[in-house]
Write a protein that binds this ligand. Structure first.
Ligand code: HEC
Length: 160
């Protein structure tokens, strides 16, 4: 195969596979009656997982801290919106609807601040990676920003 046809084949393959798309595992998880697949097993193992990183005990407040929510929203608009929708629909990464139900606060904050390590070593994060063509880049959030994003996600999930 010459260079040109190789390139054409690559472009076709990427188009068919959906470049930059991510098949969100969310629907399977949200449907407990769905037959158990290899995927579901990995995910359910991870439901209580705190992930890997410096957050081991995140305290949630009630009601939500609206000032944190709006800072989290600003962060979302600036750094996350390009790849994450607020619905359950995938974009480059999984949609955020329900993320606070399927992941622990610690897991979310560890993932947001320790992304590459989690993608390399965390079972749950890896189960998403196989469905996402693009690997999430480190976002360089500090602890406060990660907590604000979490508060914004809780708001998005209708928590109070
Ligand atoms: C360039 C695209 C991109 C950007 C920008 C991005 N992400 Fe992601 N994110 C992904 C992908 C892709 C995944 C799925 C895991 C993987 O394959 O890397 C993901 C997964 C996640 C998950 C796990 C979701 C779940 O359902 O388990 C969280 C939480 C997350 N990202 C938070 C963030 C935050 C917070 C920001 C902004 C500060 C952000 N992401 C910015 C691409 C991105």
């Amino acid at each position: 195969m010459g260079h040109k046809s190789l390139l054409t084949a690559l472009i076709i393959a990427l188009t068919v596979y959906g470049l930059g798309s991510c098949n969100s595992p969310a629907p399977k998880e949200n449907n407990p009656s769905a037959p158990a697949t290899k995927d579901t097993v990995v995910i359910s193992q991870g439901l209580n997982s705190k992930g890997i990183g410096r957050f081991t005990d995140v305290k949630l407040g009630h009601p939500l801290d609206e000032a944190m929510v709006s800072r989290g929203q600003a962060m979302y608009l600036a750094k996350c919106m390009a790849c994450h929708k607020l619905t359950g629909e995938k974009l480059v990464g999984p949609g955020w609807k329900g993320v606070t139900d399927r992941r622990t606060p610690e897991w979310i904050m560890n993932f947001a601040t320790n992304t590459q390590v989690m993608l390399d070593k965390d079972l749950v994060a890896q189960s998403e990676m196989v469905t996402c063509v693009v690997r999430m880049p480190n976002q360089d959030l500090n602890d406060g920003q990660a907590r604000e994003i979490l508060e914004f996600m809780r708001k998005n999930d209708g928590k109070n």
